[in-house]
Design a protein around this ligand. Structure first.
Ligand SMILES: [Ca+2]
Ligand SMILES: [Ca+2]
Length: 364
């Protein structure tokens, strides 16, 4: 029964996340650039609207030139879309699979030349699409048939051969789906090495509630417990510690990023009260213990390191709580650098990309 409750709660949250996009502030161009501080690798967004009917929560930055974004339609029953640019965001090509009406594409990964898109939701709404030709054609190597499962986030290990997807708890434990063949086939891992997680789940806010660094995978959770789970054996066994970000029905850690298996940042907040940003950042220097950083002044839906471990950008945009902030000290302190907020952010060594409400994409 608990697992039904959890599924319903998360499904409800997913709907809430979709609905909120319609009430988001309409897009506006980034304020004209202030004089650039050479010390900071990020200072402002340049924004374009790729498809105003899509709430974009999936994003992968492949390079300075190439990025992919994925979303869900703001029109009832409309198709979920996938867009790709290979010219620094000047043009975006619709590379969506067929028959995606009503789906929510909340995560995309490109690794080793293969693209993977995760559709989230209860039962058969959770699916994975795969393309080896840049989105020209797609296969569907996984469709969930377990009504108790609700997949949230996907991550691949370096090289792209092995990858994991996490589902909200089934029988009281987070469920892990695994591939060892570049996403051609997926199988559910045994849950013996997973701690119990009643009422704890991942948030499908930005596709980064599950992330990897080297051979280590991390899960950032919220709900009844707000924790970071760590696996050093490809998802078979996990250890859990509290992140310090406050737990709550729609609160906790929403996403994380790691510069290495030791250095990471988690961000979050409360989707039920997004203006309450108390203690919504945590950081680690050993990959095992977490300390709270200075709180962001906006909800934290995603975070991405830039170069090295000191600089990272956190962003979020939910129900009037929006902005982007830069840390220069690995997550301890933060400076808000833009009033523009997005659901997802991903930075390469040279550039940050962001994806958000009403088809807005930022580059900076
Ligand atoms: Ca992901
Ligand atoms: Ca991201």
């Amino acid at each position: 029964m608990r697992r039904l409750g959890t599924t319903a709660l998360t499904a409800a949250l997913a709907l809430a996340l979709t609905a909120s996009a319609t009430s988001a502030t309409s897009s506006a161009a980034a304020p004209s650039a202030a004089p650039t501080s050479k010390a900071d690798p990020f200072d402002a967004w340049t924004e374009t609207v790729v498809d105003a009917d899509q709430n974009l929560r999936g994003l992968v930055a492949v390079s300075r030139r190439e990025a992919w974004v994925t979303g869900e339609s703001l029109t009832d029953g409309g198709p979920a879309r996938v867009y790709r640019t290979t010219d620094r965001g000047e043009t975006w090509t619709d590379v969506s699979p067929d028959a995606t009406e009503g789906l929510s594409f909340r995560d995309v990964e490109v690794s080793g030349g293969v693209a993977h898109v995760l559709a989230i939701g209860p039962g058969e709404a959770s699916r994975i699409y795969r393309s080896t030709d840049g989105g020209t054609s797609w296969t569907e190597p996984f469709r969930n048939t377990d009504e108790a499962a609700f997949y949230d986030c996907m991550a691949f290990y370096p090289g792209g051969r092995k990858g994991l997807v996490v589902s909200d708890p089934v029988d009281g434990k987070l469920r892990i789906l695994s591939t060892s063949d570049r996403g051609r086939t997926w199988s559910v891992l045994a849950d013996r090495g997973m701690p119990r997680s009643a009422g704890e789940f991942g948030f499908a806010a930005s596709g980064d509630c599950l992330v990897t660094a080297g051979k280590t995978a991390f899960l950032i959770t919220g709900g009844k417990k707000s924790r970071v789970l760590r696996s050093d054996d490809r998802g078979l066994t996990w250890t859990a510690v509290r992140s310090g970000i406050p737990a709550g029905e729609a609160a906790g850690g929403f996403a994380g990023d790691f510069a290495s298996p030791r250095r990471g940042i988690a961000v979050g907040g409360d989707f039920a009260d997004p203006k309450d940003t108390t203690d919504n950042v945590a950081w680690t220097r050993d990959g095992r213990t977490w300390a709270l950083g200075e709180s962001l002044t906006h909800v934290g839906e995603d975070v991405s390191y830039l170069r090295g471990w000191r600089h990272a950008v956190a962003t979020g945009d939910y129900d009037g709580s929006a902005g982007s902030s830069l840390t220069r000290d690995g997550g301890r302190t933060w400076t808000r650098v833009s009033r523009l907020g997005y659901h997802a952010i991903d930075c390469t060594a040279q550039v940050c990309w962001a994806a958000g409400s009403e088809g807005r994409v930022g580059r900076g």
